[in-house]
Design a protein around this ligand. Structure first.
Ligand SMILES: CC(C)(COP(=O)(O)OP(=O)(O)OC[C@H]1O[C@@H](n2cnc3c(N)ncnc32)[C@H](O)[C@@H]1OP(=O)(O)O)[C@@H](O)C(=O)NCCC(=O)NCCS
Length: 163
């Protein structure tokens, strides 16, 4: 049985566990650290999936957006959310947990009054592109060199309008 929880507080042990999950699942370079995790938990939105033992097996970190890429000079847009990181612990993948976590996230964002959510993804990340595509995320633009030379990202968006 997998459950989902918004983290609202933390201690040193939790931060250590999260750092390990970050490094194991995203790699050392992309992992957030002990300086950034408390900020994301306190001031962003940090949702975890936990198994029946209470182990964290999935993570989604979110930010509230001030501006949206590609919309400079356009009319004011209602604030959106941005998914900074999304992953399922490797040994728990391909069991539908990523899908369940994302469903949970979308419910939370709608309840929080957001009208859309954006994220970026590596153009070669087929599992993630497939997952987001199934939820109706659309490709908005290709951010060339977003994370350094040769490291492009696809910006994707899911609009909740009309629901
Ligand atoms: C992307 C990720 C979150 C998917 O989590 P998951 O729990 O394995 O996904 P699910 O089992 O819920 O699968 C949901 C959908 O994702 C896609 N998917 C998952 N694994 C896939 C794979 N190996 N190849 C292709 N598509 C895949 C499929 O569309 C799948 O739907 P289906 O089962 O109907 O085919 C997971 O692979 C992961 O954590 N990857 C490493 C971190 C990462 O890349 N995060 C995204 C950063 S933008």
């Amino acid at each position: 049985m997998i459950s989902f929880r918004i983290l609202k507080s933390f201690d040193a042990s939790l931060i250590s566990k999260l750092i390990k999950l970050e490094v194991d699942n995203l790699g050392r370079e992309a992992a957030v650290n002990q300086w950034q995790l408390p900020v994301l938990i306190r001031y962003g939105k940090f949702v975890v999936a936990e198994n029946e033992n209470g182990d964290i097996i999935g993570v989604c970190e979110m930010l509230r957006q001030w501006g949206q890429p590609g919309q400079a000079g356009q009319a004011w847009q209602p604030p959106g959310a941005f998914i900074h990181s999304f992953y399922i612990e490797e040994s728990f993948r391909n069991r539908g947990i990523g899908k369940n976590l994302l469903e949970n996230i979308i419910d939370i964002l709608k309840k929080d009054g957001f009208k859309s959510v954006q994220l970026t993804v590596d153009p070669d990340n087929k599992p993630a592109l497939s997952l987001y595509g199934k939820f109706g995320f659309v490709k908005k633009l290709l951010e060339i060199g977003e994370y350094g030379e040769g490291r492009d990202r696809i910006l994707m968006e899911l609009a909740f309008d009309g629901e």
